[in-house]
Design a protein around this ligand. Sequence first.
Ligand code: A2P
Length: 354
Amino acid sequence: MTNAPEGGAFPRVRLIAGAGSFISDAAGGQAERGRGKSEQEPASNRSSENLKAPASYRALTLRAATSNETRRFSPPRRFGIKGMTATALKEAPVQANSPHHVETVLWVKHWTDRLFSFAITRPDTFRFRSGEFVMIGLPGETKPILRAYSIASPSFAEELEFLSIKVQDGPLTSKLQHIQPGDKVLLGKKPTGTLVIDALKPGKRLFLFGTGTGLAPFLSVARDPEAFSKFEQVIVGHGVREVAELAYRDLFTREIFEDPLVGEEAQKQLVYYPTVTREPFQNQGRFTDLIASGKLFADLGFDQTKFDPENDRVMLCGSMAFIKDMAAVCEAQGLVEGSNAEPGDFVLERAFVG
Ligand code: A2P
């Protein structure tokens, strides 16, 4: 198995650019701060509860309109029952029994030759909790090819966003990377997962560590007001090999602070900590090493050298090796793994592998 995650990202809001600021530590590390899944599903497979999205959230779009984004597709209005033709009505029962929705691609953004984001329409009946994943796919020659993808938009978003790796010979992503606005993709009907706030005990600090496309579920959690109401601080850590792979850096250094819904809280409570392992960057090294050595906490300006089981809660998403090694670090520092059935101090999920 490669440890390149194949899965994957963000709601839609037009945001005004603001200046990022930095917290520096004595050792010279910096936390950027803003103002201005593999083919196998993760272990947990409980269905999500049907949470209702507040109507006031629905208009939100929090998306960087950057140059390499493919133009947005405006889908035709969905047929309501009244507008259905006789044929559509005849077909309706078949559609209702299908395990998948057929949704329309709204936009595509290519970050690098290994990484892209896309958004699809959200069916009215589709409910999920921020941080969950769902099956995404394309029709295959004999049967659909589907993989588990973390939903990168928060639970109330109008559209469903995903962050994906591109694997040239990957059964799904070799094709999925070529999707265009207006194309159809399959969306599973049962979002699920453990990277949800409900699977954690109450605490003061929420650490979200993702490597590669393992950032995706945290794009959802960190844009949900619940994260800021339940925790005093939300720390988003993104670890990548190369600087270009720091997808959504603009979001966490700038755009989120202008978000009408969570902007004010994010200014006070959100810290972004990107780290790069194979190129020079302001923060360097693997999270495992940065945490075990205490450097991460020093860089963040926190008065601690390791996790505090009383107050710190952690979510992990990345390659198999990453979550295994990070889980060992968390456990060595006294944190206990949680689940939907039994909330704990940390939760983990493996990101997609191409
Ligand atoms: P490194 O470059 O030292 O391998 P990948 O693309 O392979 O999933 O890696 C994404 C990031 O996660 C890279 O910075 C990589 O560091 C880091 N990483 C990979 N495996 C581990 C691990 N077992 N523990 C901590 N970090 C890891």
